[in-house]
Write a protein that binds this ligand. Structure first.
Ligand code: PMP
Length: 415
C-alpha cells in the first residue's frame, strides 16, 4: 500500500501538505467524518430500507437523517424530494437522462426539443447533453460567458423559448468561481419557457452559500456531498421539485433510467411511484452518508470569512507577480474561493506537478472537466492552474503558494 499522502493524523495543523484543491474535493474532512464512518461500519451497517432487524433499522435511520439534513439545508418542502445519489455527476445524469426519457417519446413528429445551458458547465452536464444533441434528438444551445466568467441572464433567457424543455446552469463555475444569477434566470424562465425545467448544479456552492430551492425557482438541484459539505466522496443528492415529479405520480417529468430493488416495496415489476423510491434503485452508500451526516453536524463548520480573506490575499499576491495572468472577476466579490491563473512560459500541468513535487502544494492544472469554460476565456486545451482554499487553510499556506509561483514565474521567464 502507498504511504498516506501527508501523514495526516486528523489534525490539519500536523501535516506538511498544503492543500489548495478544495474545488475538486474538500480536505481535510472534519475528524467526525471518519469517526462516524467507522462507528457506522461497526454498529449500524445493515442494508438501509431492507429488512426489519436492528442493524437494518439503524442503517435506515442514518439514511433518513442524512436525507433530512440535506432537505433542511436547501429548504426542500419535504425530505422525500431529496434523492440520494453517488455524487453530483450521478445527480446530473439522473436529472438529464430522466427528463430526456420522459420528453423524447412525446416529441415524435413534433418540433425538436431544446435544452439551454452555459459554457461554464461541468462535463457531467455537457457530455450527457451532447449524447442527445449528437444523435439529433435535441437542439442544445450553449450560452457563453463574458471574460469575467459571468453569464448574462438576458442572453440566457433570450435563448429559452417554448420548445425549451430543460435549462441547466451551474451556480458557480468550478473553473473561475463566478457566482451566477440563478434566481433571476429561474424567475425569467417561468415566463419565457413555462414548460422548461430548471436544473441547477450547486456542486461548488452548497456548504458555502445559502441555497433555497424555493426562492430560486429550481426544479432540479444537483448536490455533491464531498465538496463544501465536507463529506466523503461517493455521496450526493438530487432535489426533485413538484414540477419535475408532481405529487400525482401518474405524470412524472423525470423518469428513472436505473431500475432495481428499493427495499420496502418488492412486489411488482414496475418501480414504485412514490419519491424517493421511484428514483432510488439499489443499496445506498450508507457508510458514506453516515460520514456526510457527521460532516454536516460537525462543530468545526466551514469558516467562510477566512476563505474570503485568504482568496483576496491570493488574488492580490498573484496579481503582483510578473508573468502571472489571472482570469475571471478582478476581486473576491461575486466568486467562490476559486482562483484561476497561468504562468508565462510554464504549462499549467507542469506548474501543478512542480508545485506538488517541489513544494508539497496541491493545486489542479488543466481544464477541470469544463472544456467550454476554458475555450471561452481563451485558455483552450492547455487550461490553467486552479487554486482553491478551504476552511482549514491559513495565510501561511497562501504565502507559500505565492512564493512557489514567484519562483516558477522566474524559471518560466528564463531567469
Ligand atoms: N459540477 C461541478 C460544477 C463540479 O465542480 C463537479 C466536480 N468537479 C461536478 C459537477 C461533479 O461532481 P462529482 O465529483 O460529485 O461527481
Amino acid at each position: 500500500m502507498p504511504p498516506p499522502a501527508a501523514g495526516y493524523t486528523g489534525d490539519p495543523m500536523r501535516t506538511d501538505l498544503i492543500y489548495l484543491d478544495n474545488a475538486a474535493t474538500s480536505w481535510p474532512k472534519p475528524r467526525e467524518v471518519g469517526e462516524a464512518m467507522v462507528a457506522f461500519l461497526e454498529d449500524s451497517a445493515g442494508n438501509p430500507g431492507r429488512g426489519g432487524h436492528t442493524l437494518a433499522r439503524a442503517a435506515t435511520a442514518t439514511i433518513d437523517e442524512a436525507r433530512s439534513a440535506i432537505a433542511g439545508l436547501i429548504n426542500a418542502p419535504t425530505p422525500k424530494r431529496v434523492v440520494l445519489t453517488h455524487g453530483c455527476t450521478d445527480s446530473l445524469n439522473l436529472a438529464i437522462h430522466g427528463v430526456m426519457r420522459s420528453t423524447l417519446p412525446q416529441c415524435c413528429g413534433a418540433a425538436t426539443p431544446k435544452v439551454v445551458s452555459s459554457c461554464l458547465e461541468h462535463n457531467a452536464v455537457l457530455r450527457t447533453l451532447h449524447c442527445y444533441a449528437s444523435a439529433g434528438l435535441i437542439e442544445f444551445q450553449v450560452i457563453n460567458c463574458g471574460s469575467d466568467g459571468l453569464i448574462d441572464p438576458g442572453a440566457y433567457l433570450e435563448a429559452c423559448d417554448e420548445r425549451t424543455v430543460l435549462a441547466c446552469l451551474t451556480h458557480a463555475s468550478n473553473v473561475l468561481g463566478t457566482i451566477q444569477e440563478v434566481g433571476v434566470i429561474g424567475e425569467g424562465l417561468r415566463t419565457r419557457s413555462p414548460r422548461a425545467l430548471f436544473l441547477v448544479d450547486v456542486a461548488q456552492t452548497l456548504g458555502h452559500l445559502p441555497i433555497d430551492v424555493d426562492a430560486g425557482q429550481v426544479d432540479l438541484l444537483a448536490v455533491a456531498g464531498h465538496k463544501g459539505l465536507r463529506g466523503p466522496t461517493g455521496t450526493g443528492a438530487l432535489f426533485v421539485g413538484p414540477r419535475a415529479f408532481p405529487d400525482d405520480p401518474e405524470a412524472p417529468r423525470l423518469v428513472c433510467e436505473r431500475r432495481g430493488g428499493t427495499g420496502m416495496i418488492g412486489i411488482g415489476l414496475d418501480m414504485p411511484r412514490e419519491l424517493p423510491d421511484a428514483l432510488e434503485a439499489g443499496t445506498a452508500n450508507a457508510v458514506g452518508f453516515a460520514g456526510l451526516l457527521a460532516a454536516m453536524r460537525a462543530e468545526c463548520r466551514a469558516d467562510h470569512d477566512t476563505e474570503r480573506t485568504l482568496t483576496a490575499r491570493m488574488i492580490e499576491g498573484l496579481s503582483s507577480i510578473p508573468g502571472v495572468r489571472l482570469f475571471g472577476l478582478p476581486g473576491v466579490e461575486g466568486r467562490t474561493a476559486v482562483v484561476l491563473f497561468n504562468i508565462d512560459g510554464v504549462h499549467p500541468r507542469d506548474a501543478a506537478a512542480a508545485l506538488d513535487r517541489d513544494h508539497r502544494i496541491a493545486v489542479r492544472g488543466g481544464v477541470h472537466c469544463a472544456p467550454l469554460a476554458h475555450r471561452a476565456i481563451g485558455t483552450g486545451e492547455r487550461g490553467a492552474i486552479r487554486a482553491s482554499v478551504g476552511p482549514c487553510n491559513t495565510a501561511a499556506d497562501v504565502d507559500a503558494l505565492l512564493d512557489a509561483v514567484g519562483r516558477l514565474a522566474l524559471a518560466g521567464a528564463g531567469v
